[in-house]
Design a protein around this ligand. Structure first.
Ligand SMILES: CC(C)(COP(=O)(O)OP(=O)(O)OC[C@H]1O[C@@H](n2cnc3c(N)ncnc32)[C@H](O)[C@@H]1OP(=O)(O)O)[C@@H](O)C(=O)NCCC(=O)NCCS
Length: 174
């Protein structure tokens, strides 16, 4: 199994590659944009960047974390991550929302993840107040597994959320 940094996935508009220390600054800038951090449970990057990068790359071969870039431009415009438990997360630069890029990026990751026989079902928890994220999953064939409640970063109370799942067998057909 290749390390994250060695995995490169190409789509018509995107190039997904492993995280690099140079991604920390643009990632932090993205995490400060309104509409981005409140939906996520990933940490801001902090110096020393090397320690942060190693932590982000932790989890072994089954954890996949991709930097999303546009074809021909190596700057980070988003992330797609899949934990070793099969939990999916993703984000895209708000300037680029609504053009199908999140869907294209996650679609690229699914076959790569499912090619690993140790990968089980893939799940994503989405706040019900975040319909764009739910739509990405629906377009990729994820189905509702269960309703739940979860706490958004910086909020005091749990809010309604939905766990979406993609069964291994379904994922191969996407
Ligand atoms: C969720 C996110 C990744 C979507 O990125 P994107 O590149 O705009 O996604 P896509 O263009 O592939 O798909 C978005 C879909 O949601 C739809 N959508 C957008 N806003 C919507 C809204 N308020 N209500 C319903 N649908 C909405 C779009 O129309 C599109 O669907 P369509 O292709 O059927 O028209 C982006 O909004 C983001 O980074 N949000 C912050 C981080 C986040 O929420 N991550 C997910 C955590 S689970």
């Amino acid at each position: 199994m290749l390390a994250d940094a060695d995995r490169i996935l190409s789509t018509p508009r995107l190039r997904l590659r492993g995280f690099a220390v140079r991604d920390a600054t643009p990632l932090n800038a993205l995490m400060e944009r309104p509409g981005v951090p409140e939906w996520l449970k990933i940490a801001r990057a902090d110096p020393p960047w090397d320690a942060w990068w190693r932590a982000l790359r932790g989890g072994g071969a089954r954890a996949r974390r991709y930097t999303v870039t546009q074809a021909g431009d190596d700057r980070l415009i988003g992330l797609v991550g899949l934990s070793r438990e099969g939990r999916l997360h993703y984000l895209i630069d708000p300037d680029l929302w609504g053009h199908g890029l999140a869907t294209e990026a996650v679609r690229a990751v699914l076959p790569d993840a499912l090619a690993d026989p140790r990968t089980g079902d893939i799940v994503a928890e989405v706040f019900d107040a975040n319909p764009a994220s739910a739509r990405v999953l629906q377009k990729l064939g994820f189905v509702v597994r269960r309703r739940t409640r979860a706490q958004r970063i910086g909020h005091l109370y749990d809010e309604p959320a939905t766990v979406y799942g993609l069964a291994r067998t379904q994922g191969h057909a996407q």
